[in-house]
Design a protein around this ligand. Structure first.
Ligand code: SAH
Length: 361
């Protein structure tokens, strides 16, 4: 029982200690998933008690598939036959699903996908109480600022793949893409894309060990067989043959300014693939192409030196599909910058750790 010492004793007793002990006997249960499961279950018990329902005879059933995969997800049943999956609260699900309605891709998710996002929200909020993964601490914010914001990549990637825009028909033949989430942090956009598109292979890269520990824990708890995690700096990982120019798409959000980020990201992109950077657009004095945006203007040199060509910037903070940005665009809009990889990246890039940020090209 020493592994669960951090848990609130009152909640634990409510959730039945025997349940915890049973779970711990099975190897492979991650501590985080267990804590969330127990807390969810205890909340459920307390709510029922408040409603005057006293009798509980809990039993734990293991899904046969979970045992086979050694990735246990437990189902907990009350004597009345109600069940809840580890980490998700049945009562909160409809409200949470409502938060996904704000975006087209959110509306299109299946019920199991929505449930997985709900589990992810629980796991993240719980883990964030002990490890600083994100400044966002409430459920609606997790949905709006992490989930919906991450889902906005889906439309753009699929448009580029199917060649609807006339630029990229080649990827359409297969639905299997390899994507790298550079500086994944708490798992955004990578974990959300992995849930939304199981046929995409996602690699989440981050330089911070505790973030990678969290990412691995989340991947295991959510049983995301299409997602893997690498703990490394982009400056070093990009020189490894298995990773260099090995991805159809590299996505990044809130990692670095565009000049440095282009040097970190483009070496991973295969020729013909794309680098997509989520950014906050701020209109200022200078002009590049169709966008008044100094950060983008200062990145052109680095984009070209690394074999890329700036394609366009799309606004993603609307309800529907992404739209091309225009010169009269409002300030402070969420945008995604699209860069096409056209030539091999010279072997000197990316430079040594820290140099791309200190001395952008
Ligand atoms: N993409 C996430 C996290 C942003 S915080 C989100 O939008 O929520 C930036 C993350 O990038 C941090 O976790 C940091 O460890 C990682 N990072 C910064 N520079 C990096 C580098 N050179 N190589 C790998 N990861 C890096």
């Amino acid at each position: 029982m020493s592994r669960v010492q951090g848990l609130d004793r009152k909640r634990l007793s409510c959730a039945r200690l025997c349940f915890t002990a049973l779970l711990l006997r099975n190897t492979g249960v991650s501590h985080g998933a267990l804590r969330v499961a127990v807390q969810r279950w205890s909340d459920h018990c307390l709510q029922r008690r408040a409603r005057g329902v006293e009798s509980f005879r809990t039993r734990v059933a293991w899904r046969p598939s979970a045992l086979v995969n050694a990735a246990p997800v437990c189902r907990v049943f009350s004597s009345h036959g109600e069940g809840c999956e580890a980490g998700s609260a049945p009562s909160a699900q409809p409200e949470r699903d409502g938060l996904l309605e704000r975006c087209q891709q959110g509306r299109l998710l299946s019920t199991p996908q929505k449930r997985r996002l709900s589990q992810l929200c629980d796991l993240l909020l719980e883990r964030n109480r002990h490890v600083n993964l994100t400044a966002i601490r409430t459920e609606p914010e997790v949905y709006e600022k992490h989930f919906v914001d991450s889902l906005r990549f889906v439309d753009i990637i699929e448009t580029l793949c199917t060649g609807v825009s006339g630029e990229r028909p080649r990827l359409a033949a297969s639905n299997h893409f390899r994507l790298l989430d550079l500086g994944s942090g708490g798992g955004f956009p990578g974990l959300v894309l992995g849930i939304a598109r199981p046929s995409w292979e996602l690699v989440l890269l981050d330089a911070t060990r505790k973030k990678c520990d969290w990412l691995r824990e989340a991947v295991e708890a959510l049983q995301l067989s299409n997602v893997s995690v690498i703990w490394d700096r982009a400056e070093l990982a990009a020189h490894k043959p298995a990773l260099r120019e090995a991805f159809d798409f590299v996505v990044a959000r809130a990692v670095a300014r565009l000049p440095a980020l282009s040097e970190l990201a483009l070496p991973f992109v295969r020729i013909g693939g794309y680098f997509l950077a989520a950014k906050e657009y701020r209109r200022e004095a200078s002009t590049v192409g169709d966008v008044h945006w100094p950060e983008l203007a200062s990145a052109m040199r680095s984009i070209e030196a690394n074999g890329g060509r700036y394609m366009r910037t799309v606004a993603t903070d609307t309800d529907g599909a992404p739209t091309a940005c225009s010169t009269d665009m409002d300030d402070h809009r969420r945008v995604i910058v699209i860069v096409h990889k056209q030539h091999p990246t010279p072997s000197m890039y990316p430079r040594a750790p820290g140099v791309p940020e200190r001395k952008p090209l």
